[in-house]
Structures are given as C-alpha cells and as structure tokens.
Design a protein around this ligand. Structure first.
Ligand code: ASP
Length: 338
C-alpha cells in the first residue's frame, strides 16, 4: 500500500533558485517540484503538494501561520498518512515547537525540513533533506506510524522539534538538540531510535488547540544591565528571563525589588538558561535564590524557542486546568526532561 504524504510548502531557501541573469535568489513555483526533482516520483509514497499562496521567509512566520498549518493538518488528517512541512530555517524550531503544543493526540508524523542552499543550487542540501524527510513522513510498521510527533529532519538527523535550535547560519549541519538524543539518523541505512520516540499515552484522539497568547516577552540578561528597563515591560503576562548558567542573576537588592514588583503586577516569570545545553537548577548557587523568593518558574532544560511557544500556548488557555505555573512545569510533549 502506498502511503500518502501531504507536503506543505511555506517558503524559505529550500524553494528558491538562482536567477542567473541577476544573480539573486527567487522563489520558484513549488507546484512544479516534480519537474525540479523527478526523483520524488521514485519514492514509495504518493506526495501531494500544498504550497502557501505567498511563500514566506520564515522570519515572517508567527502564530497566524502556525494556526494555518495546524488547521491544514487537521482538515487533512484522515486523508494522509504523514505531513511534511517545508520551512525557512531561521524560525523552523519555533514553528516545530508551537505545533508540538497545538497538535494534540498526534499519531502520525509531522516532519519539518528546509535547506541552507536553494534546491536549484548545484551544491544544495535541499534534495537529501526533502527525500529523506518524505521517507520518515511515510514510515509505517504494522500499520502504525513509526513517528508520532513533530520532528525536524536536517542534514542526516531526525530531531524532536521542540528540543531543537538553529545554531549555524553557515553549516549544513544547522540544528542541534542539546538536551535530548536524536530520534533517527540517516546513513547507508535510515535508522530510528525507537526508545527516544514520543507516544500518545493518553490515547486521546487527534484535535488541535489553537490557543496562542501574544502577551509573552523574552529577555536576555547581561552583566551591567540596567534593571529599570524591566519596569517598561510590567504589562506582560509572561516574562521569560534568559539568565546565566544554571540559573543565576545579579544579587543586588534592586534585582529582588524589581522582579518582585513585576510579580506583584501579576506577571509570571519563567527562567531559562543562556547555556545551550544543561538547564536551570534553582538553589544550586545563592545567586539563584531570588527566583524561589519571587515564585518564578524554572524552565529546567527547555530551549528558548520551546519556552516561548509553550508560554504562548498556556497563558490564559481555557483548555488547561490548573495554574500557569503548574502547567508550565509539566512535560506536555517531550519538551523538558522529567
Ligand atoms: N531566511 C531564510 C528563512 O528562514 C533562511 C532559510 O530558509 O534557510 O526563511
């Protein structure tokens, strides 16, 4: 039986080619992808292409586009065995993280990929990324999808989407998943690390939760930072503070006073680390005690991308019982380690 994959093309470098007259990159008509890549016809799965009317640079993607993708998946969920989203690389980790929270009870693969060089470039990484992603998006065993979560495939690695970050604007190997092992790797064989895959243990049926609040702010602290700038942001519902190492911040009285004032205004404070791997550990150093005093929430080993989209999804979401802090601290779909 031929598996059916819906390929949603949103934009980004992958769908571009060089205009040899002007030398600049332009988007090509993605409806013609089979002409550009006849190899796609040799795949064991059937591919149906749904291009965005206007291809977007991924810096223009946000909650509205995430909802559009979630709805497309929802409307086509029964019809297709897997979903492949072609996306610009710059914000792919945000989209993957947001979708992981929005797509509930997923039992089919949702794979995102893109490329560092356009598909029309001689040295492109697009073809391998696209073909192997199609393979993962249509991989079934005993009539069950092998991947039942939102993942990013890039440069031979399959990664949990909400654990990723783009760490290179230069190398083909552009994504990393510092706090969670890879889900699969393609070499001579296409391997899957089954023990690392997510399973929908609640056995809930598939639906989408489109809730995304935009009252979330992310702030990276730095040595010598003036704390009065914080006052201007006291209207935010969630402030994600990216702090030093395993959770430290300047120990001055002024810090406590300013952050306490923000909390008194009803703003939730989530603490994440500036380090790429490892996470927050309140109480490890004296300079983290301030966070326990003001009732801040530890992001533990979450990525910044995932913390932002999780906060957007949870803040004021009527579909979740319990407080924001309780829900944020829970592992919803593999985004934090237990
Ligand atoms: N600026 C592009 C984007 O994110 C970069 C890429 O696709 O690699 O849309």
């Amino acid at each position: 039986m031929k598996r059916k994959v819906l390929l949603i093309y949103t934009g980004g470098t992958i769908g571009m080619e060089k205009d040899y007259e002007t030398g600049s990159l332009r988007a090509f008509d993605f409806g013609n992808i089979f002409e550009k890549m006849p190899e796609m016809r040799l795949m064991e799965c059937e591919v149906f292409v749904h291009p965005f009317a206007k291809p977007l640079d991924s810096s223009d993607m946000g909650p509205e586009e995430w909802r559009m993708i979630a709805r497309l998946i929802f409307e086509n969920y029964k019809e297709y065995d897997g979903f492949l989203i072609l996306h610009g690389t710059d914000t792919m980790s945000y989209t993957a993280s947001a979708l992981s929270f929005m797509l509930k009870g997923l039992t089919k693969p949702v794979i995102l990929t893109g490329s560092q060089l356009p598909i029309g470039d001689l040295r492109t990484d697009a073809k391998e990324n696209l073909l192997t992603s199609l393979y993962y998006a249509s991989l079934y065993e005993n009539n069950e999808a092998v991947i039942q979560e939102v993942a990013i495939y890039f440069e031979y690695k399959l990664l949990r989407g909400n654990r990723t970050l783009k760490y290179s604007a230069e190398y083909f190997d552009a994504y990393s998943s510092p706090n969670y092992p890879i889900l699969g790797q393609s070499g001579v064989h296409l391997n899957i690390n089954k023990d690392n895959l997510l399973r929908n243990t609640n056995k809930e049926s598939f639906y989408i939760d489109e809730h995304l609040s935009e009252d979330v702010l992310f702030w990276r602290i730095f040595p010598g930072m003036k704390l009065n700038h914080f006052k201007e942001i006291s209207q935010m519902k969630v402030l994600i503070l990216q702090v030093f190492g395993s959770g430290t911040i300047f120990s001055s009285e002024k810090t406590l006073e300013t952050l306490q004032q923000i909390r008194n205004n009803g703003t939730e404070i989530v603490v994440v680390s500036q380090c790429i791997s490892g996470g927050i550990s309140f109480g490890k150093y004296e300079n983290s005690n301030i966070f326990s005093k003001i009732g801040a929430i530890s992001g533990t080993d979450i990525t910044a991308e995932s913390a932002i989209t999780k906060a957007m999804h949870l803040m004021d979401n009527p579909n979740y019982k319990g407080t924001f802090a309780e829900n944020f601290s829970k592992n919803i779909c593999g985004e934090i380690s237990n």
